[in-house]
Ligand binder design. Sequence first.
Ligand SMILES: [Zn+2]
Length: 584
Amino acid sequence: MDAKEEIKSRLPIEQLVGEYCQLTRKGRNFVCVCPFHNDTRPSLLVSPDKGIAYCFACQTGGDIFNFYQAIEGVDFPQAIKDLADKVGIVLPKERMSAGPKKDEKERIRECLEAAASFYAERLNSSNEALAYLEERQMPESIRKEFQVGYAPDSFSETYDHLLKAGFSKTEILQAGLAVQKDLNDRMHDRFRHRVMFPIFDHQGGVIGFGGRTLRAEDAKYVNSPEGPLYHKSAALFGLSHAKEAIREKRQVILVEGYFDVLACAKIGIKNVVAVSGTALTEQHAKLLKRYADTAILCLDQDRAGRDAAERAFHILVKQGMQTNAVKLSAKDPDEFVKAEPGLFLQLMQDGGVPFMDQLLEDMRQDPSLTSPQGKRDITEKFLTFVASLQTAVEREEYVQKISQTASISVTALQSDLQTILSLGHAPKDKKKDQEPHISIDKTPFSRMELCLGLAMLYPEQRTLLQELITPERKEYALLYDMLKNDATSSSTELITQIDIPSETKDWLTVLMLFCEENFGSWSETVAGREFHKLCKSTNKEIVLERQRRIIDQLKLARVSGRIDEEAQLLTQYNQALKLAKMAS
Ligand SMILES: [Zn+2]
């Protein structure tokens, strides 16, 4: 057995997927809400028998390696390395050392990591920085855990250090650690006299920095610029530290600043992240959705913080996340932890209240609710939040609640809500199609593939393959012949036996998962009828495609005056026409 198969045999697909998603049993399979696209319904199918997890809505998934690559955003060599570690297999040496030379990104990451070590080391020699962290009540253990450092008060110390460590000028520039205004200008360290927070990606590699100044007149915070590794719209401070805790609780606490994350860590709250230098984006939300179902907004308690929370709500809810809020009687989590650590811990354990309830409470207490104009403005704003909710049940619930709070009729509110919903971003309630009917647009498969899938699924119907034109693709023609002469083997047996490339086998396995899920419960009569219809439409498609191809070739032959070829093509065209008559 090669390493890949060995890992597969030790790590069942449902175990791996279960680490990221909440699985529910469904017959022989499991289902869960797909972590790869925005959905509230369980569209990711996990098949222990087949060893695959696949979402047919966004067409993502495959075996454990495909799934891991997709969810962790890594390439295959990284995936096989990580999963081998996970199940305790030592990979053969050549696999580890082989591979491309260190690329540009890897060098930049090394440069950032060298800078992080340099800053961390420098911290101990700066009394000013240590005193500042002391004042902010950050113990050494937490400083070390987050690799907090200090960028010296110099224009070139960091740059010189990195040059000496073997990094080129270009690499240091690309890492965002130095600034150069024009070609004649000297290189300057970007971060000077600042307490430094390395920002890690979700895998724990340094991608950038946030620096808090120690000088009153400078900009309070400076962040790394966008670069090959650092994208502020995707970076979340603290995620690599918080990942496990978030996954365990299926819950993430969102705060605003570096010190808020550290303050939480100080009192043992681990599932906390902060966006750095930007508002929460859709990308952030998608990243969080991989690990959590619930987000608890614990942002600054000022006007800006409230606005940020409102924006974050729309974004998180759109990704299908339950969004809660916590009200603090202090400026931010950091201050609150300093004043009342026990109470803060309790509040976080309680997990806050639904953001919508918090909003409703604020609305109740708003003095302008007493004037007609105020009432109109407030309810109108509230309805835009209701419109973001993903299910009709939730929308209904909050329409009822505002109706009571503002004494406005449900009918009037509902009509306003409809207007808002029809204006844009409204979530749609999809109707379930109960008719046994194959709608080709909703599958990632061709008609021919579905024909073969149905034939594999319903052995008794395989005689109907006589009606189907032989597929042109070699692998499928082979399967087609096998199926015509085999009225008993199961799809798994057939896929194992057939001599075709493994990628095609993998794809056929995905096809079978789809067919079993969608067409598996049919009676033989329904199966026969649907299969017959599908064969007809597949033939029609094949013939049309052939005719189109011949016509193109004919045109070409005519233009270049190749008479013999033209005659030949005409014969082919007539054959195709005959075939079309037979098939219809
Ligand atoms: Zn999906």
